[in-house]
Design a binder for this molecule. Structure first.
Ligand code: C2E
Ligand code: MG
Ligand code: MG
Ligand code: MG
Length: 289
């Protein structure tokens, strides 16, 4: 019997804890099966990025979705970290790129020039020669459409890169693939370091956009924009949910915007390419807070 407070605490938490382990185990097994059986249950959604000045579509970010018949929709943050911890991330990216290629081949969309297609990748993969050739295949598919390929890496992953990985990224960039730092502002990278990285775009994390109307975060966004532009980088504001955020970002010279208030991620279709009204769009119904 549990006599000490410590042990009774332990017993109280035990059922929940083991339930969590079971859930995780179940997900690991189903993920493995999904990957072994041709990426079943996965699809890609695309969230447009807009030119804040004009409201035109400037790019699409590919976001992976996994829907399991019994487990339901499993968020990408979860299955990506499972795949990373199991050493399966290369299979995930392989499926991702193949799905994008398949989506591109079914499209009747008149290829708008200058669209940038962004894919999220994990720093763990940047030693993989097969990934390199898959990315080049995707790029070769996009080139004749006048589209560009960009890969997104989170700031926290970029900060701990080995020289080998940096070399890999620089080589991709030399081949014409753009590189974006995702979730910028959360990783505390130093200016001196940022200057040396092979990057083209900086995506301001949505936590800064969220309350940029408050002076303190407004100042941070201003500083990030000034720094990024001085370094010759393009800037995307993430997580725009209402018009005030969009207006302020545009006012401060932020190049691109992305967020539920502009467009939610959606399946591949012509709809993705519609411009938004540069000055107005429904406001309150997009608020998630
Ligand atoms: P991320 O790359 O920063 O992607 C943006 C995330 O923010 C997406 O969530 C998107 O749906 C969400 N988002 C966009 N606009 C708003 C907004 O206005 N408000 C709020 N609250 N959220 C917004 P999602 O799709 O759940 O993806 C989460 C993260 O999972 C991504 O963050 C990315 O790091 C990772 N991820 C997604 N797809 C892939 C993939 O194919 N490969 C890898 N390696 N990672 C992926
Ligand atoms: Mg991203
Ligand atoms: Mg992001
Ligand atoms: Mg993010």
């Amino acid at each position: 019997a549990a006599k000490s407070a410590g042990r009774s605490c332990y017993r109280v938490y035990e059922p929940a804890w083991s339930h969590e382990i079971q859930t995780r185990q179940r997900r690991v097994e189903t993920l493995q099966q999904a990957l072994q059986h041709g990426f079943v249950g996965f699809h890609v959604e695309y969230q447009p990025l807009y030119m804040l000045g004009t409201g035109e579509v400037a790019g699409l970010e590919a976001l992976l979705r996994w829907h399991h018949p019994e487990l339901g929709a499993i968020p990408p943050t979860e299955f990506i970290s499972l795949a990373e911890s199991r050493g399966w991330i290369d299979q995930v990216s392989e499926g991702l790129i193949d799905t994008i290629l398949a989506d591109l081949s079914t499209t009747t969309v008149a290829p708008a020039m200058g669209i940038r297609l962004a894919v999220n990748l994990s720093a763990l993969e940047f030693t993989d020669d097969r990934l390199r050739s898959r990315l080049m295949r995707l790029k070769e598919r996009l080139d004749p459409m006048g589209w560009e390929l960009e890969i997104e890496i989170t700031e926290s992953q970029l900060m701990n890169l080995s020289p080998i990985v940096l070399e890999y990224l620089s080589a991709l960039r030399a081949q014409g693939i753009r590189i974006a730092i995702d979730d910028f502002g959360t990783g505390y990278s130093s200016l001196a370091y940022l200057h040396r990285l092979p990057v083209d775009t900086l995506k301001i994390d949505r936590s800064f956009v969220f309350d940029m109307h408050e002076d303190r975060n407004g100042t941070i966004v201003t500083a990030i924009l000034a720094m990024a532009h001085a370094l010759g980088l393009e800037v995307v504001g993430e997580g725009i949910e209402h018009s005030e955020q969009r207006r302020r970002l545009a006012e401060q010279g932020c190049d691109y915007g992305q967020g539920f208030g502009l467009a939610r991620p959606d399946r591949w279709s012509d709809r993705l390419f519609r411009p938004i009204d540069a000055t107005q769009y429904p406001d309150s119904k997009f608020r998630s807070h």
